[in-house]
Design a binder for this molecule. Structure first.
Ligand SMILES: [Zn+2]
Length: 157
């Protein structure tokens, strides 16, 4: 969105518009959501609905599923990152060892679409969303609660 010109003698007007997905992104989200185990999908949908109904939270960002099911080959690629390939370590699970490799999938990863169009993995936003996920279904575990390798975008049953 183009910045609005400052009004004479005042600060630039800032529009507070909740971020929203276009039709293609909505289809992608729906396709990821159907990969999830029904109870995890239901918890996510419930948490998302509560987020979107909150007048403050909805302006901070929109939760999006970045990944649900992941092939064994893709898991192996991620495992190589930070070991035999450049980048930071993002997983301790090899192909076949992650809950992301199951279908229907008992795990999903979340990020936020910000009002400026950027994608964020803010720990603060994720912890707020985690509260809604756990309230929706007490069987949901949040990776941010794990004592060692904190995986804040990660939710699983
Ligand atoms: Zn994950």
């Amino acid at each position: 969105m183009a910045p609005t010109k400052p009004a004479a003698g005042g600060a630039p007007k800032r529009q507070r518009v909740a971020p929203a997905l276009g039709p293609i992104e909505r289809k992608i989200q729906a396709a990821r959501l159907v990969q999830a185990k029904p109870s995890l999908g239901a918890a996510y949908s419930h948490a998302l609905a509560r987020w979107e109904a909150d007048p403050v939270l909805r302006l901070l960002g929109l939760p999006v599923i970045t990944e649900c099911y992941r092939s064994v080959a893709r898991q192996d690629e991620l495992y190589a990152q930070g070991r035999t390939k450049p980048g930071a370590i993002v997983t301790y699970k090899r192909g076949g060892e992650s809950k992301h490799n199951w279908l229907p999938c008992p795990a999903l990863d979340v990020a936020f679409l910000l009002p400026d169009g950027e994608v964020s993995w803010s720990g603060l936003l994720l912890s707020k969303f985690a509260r809604l996920m756990k309230a929706a279904d007490a069987r949901v575990h949040w990776g941010g609660d794990w004592p060692t390798f904190k995986d804040r975008p990660h939710f699983e049953l």
